[in-house]
Design a protein around this ligand. Structure first.
Ligand code: ADP
Ligand code: MG
Length: 696
């Protein structure tokens, strides 16, 4: 057995490789770019390209690709080989700095929401030196940003890098006010916990809905679901365990810090969590993780489902975005400190996050909105579509004490004065972990739990970073002007708590009473993508995002269009698949079973005179359900046809929400009922019990 320590990162052009293979001057210059965001020196590129190529060829690579993240939510790649003809009729392997730094994929087939004028189909990819290149399947992968020729971002990486810059800039202003001159960079880090389902490949292949849409569009609940709570953290089945081991190994080779693996709540549901990393790298790694998960599953005769709601009736899959802010001097700004000074700084950053989440609830909600995730958020499972923050009782009472100028803790008689008093020690909330909160403080980080399992984590972090950067800017503007910093700080935190405490909720987020209470507090409840997405175009959001240079106005409008278009297309494909399955598979199967039952009545009554009450009742039920399915399928067909008439994407998305999705539910209800009364051998595709409990 090879040692993990030996093969970890073996396919990555990481710091260790750079140090060993680059001339010292080049290495130092590249490091400045990677660590401090200094512009890349052009002379460096050729040298890096050459070293990268030699390294890649030694490891068997023949091709390179600029790997990027267009707005499809997936990754894209176009492979070029290193070969260049040589005069002797043979080839040499070449890779120039120019090829490393810039690529020109044909951008016309990627969504641009009108950003790319039709006469200018070109886009370009630009090397992101902050994310290491790696080798996968014989190709050198170079992480890149993807822009239009006029410089607009056409991807998910460019705005993420911009949002990290914005937060860095504002956080440094705040740190300076606290006398922290040593810090030169502030970065956000993320550890995304990834949920997924595994189903047997041969069963998957028999379900058009899984193939076309990634989720089951029909299916009655089996006698057993997740109610016994016997799957969560349960012992892992042999086949799954072999899959997980193989997956870890593959991820480790790619330098991905896969750390934790366990069974999740629903049958056939599992989770993988990496050790956290800089947001930009964590995002690349999560995209890569999702790809590798699917690839390795195939090798094991399995299919990995990343859809947010593959099965009705059991939990769907999400992604927990554990997020923190830290300095290049190694301080986590969301960790309560040891001294009064550090505590005051922590409380300011905490207050900034609270205000950011309250002021930009809409942006956070829409950053995770997709057709798939709409089946989780607000739909009887974790978490609700309403955004709130969980702080835990102890921290909440500290904030209460500050807000009301009352003493904190039983013995201490004096009021808390920030910057002077030490914060009372509050324990990291490990025991009564609140699992229902969309945005939970977990001791030294926030866990944003609304992301869907298939979402790129990029959007959530763009908006989170942007919102926090904006609030830090407001805070810095105010505090920089103050005569007495400590008094101004105290007043600012107090005021922020008073104005934004409505967003704090430590109770059960699944409770209907909370939804009513949230409404009273004036919190937003954006139930669907159609409700949430257009909010990105609200003036307050456009102003904020453009003022920090995260998006241009044109980029915002185009993104809104693209995301709504994705929503409409996803549901449209589902509706068409349902109609197809109902007409070609389910209705014929039920009709056959009905006919065979009728034939049995005829056969029986030709021999003896019996009532055949059971068969007749069954035939009536099946005929009624067949009519219902046929009628609902026709209604759905009508709606899908009508959808073509919309030329306004917002109106079309509302029609999807109000007309198409309810009609899909009606068709499904009739079919699921039919499934429960049809003999198993007649049912045209594998049922839930086989899919959910089929992996041995
Ligand atoms: P759980 O949420 O299951 O209790 P943990 O809180 O230990 O588990 O970690 C969950 C994820 O949070 C992991 O990916 C971990 O690396 C990440 N994480 C831990 N500390 C931080 C941090 N300071 N910033 C960002 N992510 C973190
Ligand atoms: Mg967690």
């Amino acid at each position: 057995m090879e040692k993990v320590t030996e093969y970890f990162g073996s396919m990555v052009f990481d710091d260790r490789v750079m140090k060993a293979r680059l001339p010292e001057k080049i290495y130092k210059s590249l490091k400045e770019t990677i660590d401090k965001g200094k512009p890349l020196d052009a002379s460096v590129a050729d040298s890096v390209a050459s070293a990268m190529k030699d390294w890649a060829i030694e490891l068997g690579a023949t091709h390179y690709t600029h790997w990027f993240q267009p707005l499809t939510g997936l990754t894209a790649e176009k492979h070029d080989s290193f070969i260049t003809p040589s005069p002797d009729g043979r080839v040499i392997m070449e890779f120039s700095g120019k090829e490393l730094v810039k690529g020109e994929p044909d951008a016309s087939s990627f969504p641009s929401g009108g950003l790319r004028a039709t006469f200018e189909a070109r886009g370009y990819t630009a090397w992101d030196p902050t994310s290491y290149a790696f080798i996968k399947d014989g190709t050198l992968y170079i992480p890149t940003a993807f822009c239009s020729y006029t410089g607009e971002a056409l991807d998910k990486k460019v705005p993420l890098l911009r949002s990290m810059d914005a937060l860095n800039k504002q956080a440094l202003r705040i740190l300076k006010l606290f006398g922290n001159d040593k810090v030169t960079v502030v970065k956000t880090s993320v550890g995304p916990e990834q949920e997924y389902f595994l189903v047997p490949a041969e069963l998957y292949a028999q379900r058009k809905d899984l193939i076309m849409s990634g989720r089951t569009l029909f299916g009655a609940m089996p006698p057993k679901g997740q109610e016994l709570e016997d799957h969560y953290f349960g012992s892992i089945k042999q086949k799954v365990s072999e899959y997980m081991a193989d997956l870890d190994k593959e991820l480790w080779k790619l330098g991905i810090l896969a750390k934790t693996k366990h069974n999740e709540v629903a049958p056939a549901q599992h989770e993988l969590a990496p050790i956290y990393n800089t947001t930009n790298i964590a995002t690349d790694h999560n995209q890569l993780t999702m790809e590798v998960m699917q690839k390795i599953a195939k090798k094991h005769g399995l299919v990995c489902l990343l859809h947010e709601k593959p099965f009705a009736g059991v939990n769907g899959s999400g992604k927990h975005n554990n997020w923190s802010i830290s300095t290049d001097t190694g301080v986590n700004l969301l960790s309560p400190g040891e001294t009064p000074h550090e505590n005051a700084q922590f409380l300011l950053f905490l207050a900034a996050v609270i205000k950011a989440v309250d002021d930009y609830q809409d942006l956070l909600r829409l950053s995770v909105a997709t057709a798939g995730n709409d089946h989780r958020l607000g739909a009887n499972e974790a978490p609700p579509a309403v955004i709130s923050i969980f702080l835990g009782d102890e921290l909440t009472s500290v904030l209460d004490a500050i807000e009301t100028d009352t003493p904190y803790g039983g013995t201490k008689k004096e009021k808390m004065q920030l910057g002077v008093d030490v914060l009372p020690k509050f324990r990291k909330d490990t025991t009564d972990r609140n699992r229902t909160s969309p945005f939970a403080f977990t001791g030294n980080k926030f866990e944003f739990r609304m992301l869907g399992s298939s979402n790129s984590i990029s959007c959530a972090n763009i908006h989170l970073n942007a919102a926090v950067a904006e609030v830090l800017k407001q805070f810095a503007d105010e505090l920089e002007k103050a005569d007495d910093f400590n008094i101004a700080l105290h007043e600012l935190i107090k005021r922020t708590i008073k104005e934004h405490k409505r967003i704090i909720f430590n109770g059960n987020g699944y409770d209907d009473a909370w939804i009513a209470e949230a409404e009273k507090r004036g919190l937003l409840n954006l139930k669907t993508t159609a409700d949430a997405m257009p909010k990105i175009c609200d003036k307050k959001n456009v102003d904020m995002l453009t003022s920090h240079g995260i998006f241009t106005e044109a980029e915002i409008y185009s993104r809104c269009d693209i995301m709504l278009d994705n929503y409409i297309k996803a549901v449209n494909i589902e509706a068409l698949t349902m109609i197809d399955m109902a007409r070609k598979e389910i209705i014929p199967a039920v009709t056959k079973f009905t006919a065979d039952t009728a034939a049995s009545v005829a056969a029986k009554t030709s021999v003896v005179s019996v009532a055949c009450k059971y068969e007749k009742r069954l035939i009536t039920t099946l005929s009624d359900l067949t009519d219902e399915m046929d009628e609902s399928a026709s209604a759905l067909e009508g709606a899908v046809a009508e959808l073509k008439n919309f030329d306004n994407v917002i109106k079309a998305s509302e029609f999807v929400r109000d007309s198409i999705l309810p009609k899909m539910d009606t068709l499904r209800a009739a079919a699921d009922k039919a499934e429960t009364v049809t003999a198993e051998e007649y049912w045209p595709f594998p049922t839930y019990d086989k899919l959910l409990f089929g992996v041995k």
